[in-house]
Design a protein around this ligand. Structure first.
Ligand code: FES
Ligand SMILES: [Fe+2]
Length: 343
């Protein structure tokens, strides 16, 4: 597998809204170092994290109100990236500005546009409303990955690995045994992978959090919006409990497992993971349990994917993988990503 190129002219999640405040936050997205902060008016700003003078990272500098004062020689930038002060002279060079990135804060996520500014259309950002909606509770975290983002895409689009890598948490034998259906919406650019299991074992992750006893019907409906947003619609219900005729499904428990997959460099990735749920929403023990278990599950993936990256780094040119039916979703995702990286 050669290093996958980046898909530019796309929106990426750079941070959780709650991570961006008065402090300067440094994040690298698609190889571009960016400093984020929130202005007094509450707007999130993203500026290139490199002073035009001698490249000092603005993230290592300090704020003066909504401005950033470079920590090396004092060049001062406003929230649009324009330099408004240089030391020891009144004339400010016309080219003294750092790029400012288009930013959208939505569904508790901070999205940044990487590409040509005039192509940035906020309406094209995929939505994940449950992360920030009444009647839902979300636990979340972010892990750095020493692996290319394509490996995380592969991982998330084939959940049969749950049985082997995440046994005792979310994996049960039936996940790997149940065939999937895969659909690609070419126009919208979305991959859907679905696995619906009837009368199966309930993994501890859901048994302990939902309180459902005994066997369950378990649905896993994946929706991947390349490049960045992945949503797993998970439905857990006591066996035989079906959605009502009017689409009322309140007898079942629902979780939205959301990932934002943000490439940092060709071989490192930020793995934003979230679990939103519509059951036990005020139960802090359940939140703690799900946060702990899901973090463990995420780290099992992180260890595996970091290992794959080192294997890839050491392998001879032209090595061929072998794919089977379970890989249909991941192969479709790779194809859509390839289209985005070359368009
Ligand atoms: S490097 Fe920023 S002012 Fe000199
Ligand atoms: Fe996993």
């Amino acid at each position: 597998m050669s290093t996958m190129m980046f898909a530019r002219n796309q929106w990426y999640v750079a941070a959780y809204a709650q991570e961006v405040g008065d402090e300067l936050l440094a994040r690298t997205v698609l190889g571009e170092p960016i400093v984020f902060y929130r202005t007094a008016a509450g707007e999130v700003v993203g500026l290139a994290d490199r002073c035009v003078h001698r490249r000092f990272p603005l993230s290592m500098s300090r704020r003066d109100g909504d401005r950033i004062v470079c920590g090396y020689h004092g060049f001062t930038y406003d929230s649009g990236g324009t330099c408004v002060y240089v030391p020891a002279q009144t004339r400010i060079p016309r080219t003294a500005r750092v790029p400012s990135y288009p930013i959208v804060e939505q569904d508790s996520l901070v999205w940044v546009w990487i590409g040509d500014d005039d192509r940035a259309d906020p309406a094209t950002i995929p939505r994940a409303p449950w992360l920030d909606a009444e009647g839902w509770t979300t636990i979340r975290g972010v892990e750095p990955l020493s692996a290319r983002y394509g490996l995380l895409v592969d991982n998330l689009l084939d959940l049969s690995h749950e049985t082997y890598l995440h046994g005792g948490y979310i994996g049960t034998p039936e996940v790997a045994e149940t065939p999937i259906t895969t659909e690609v919406d070419e126009d919208a650019g979305i991959v859907r992978v679905s696995r619906r299991m009837k009368d199966v074992e309930c993994p501890p992750f859901y048994a302990k959090s939902t309180g459902i006893e005994g066997r369950i019907d378990r649905w896993q409906d994946i929706e991947y919006h390349p490049p960045c947003l992945y949503i797993l619609h998970s439905r857990i219900a006591a066996t035989g409990v079906e959605p009502g005729p009017d689409n009322d499904d309140s007898a079942a428990c629902h979780a939205k497992i959301v990932y934002a997959i943000t490439p940092q460099t060709p071989t490192t990735t930020l793995d934003f993971w979230m679990v939103a749920r519509d059951f036990a929403v005020d139960d802090e023990d359940v939140s703690r349990y799900l946060a702990d278990s899901n973090h463990t599950v995420v780290m099992q993936d992180v260890v595996a994917l970091n290992a794959l990256e080192s294997v890839i780094a050491a392998e001879p040119e032209g090595y061929q993988e072998l794919s089977i039916n379970i890989d249909t979703g991941a192969l479709a995702a790779r194809r859509l990503l390839h289209k985005l990286t070359t368009s």
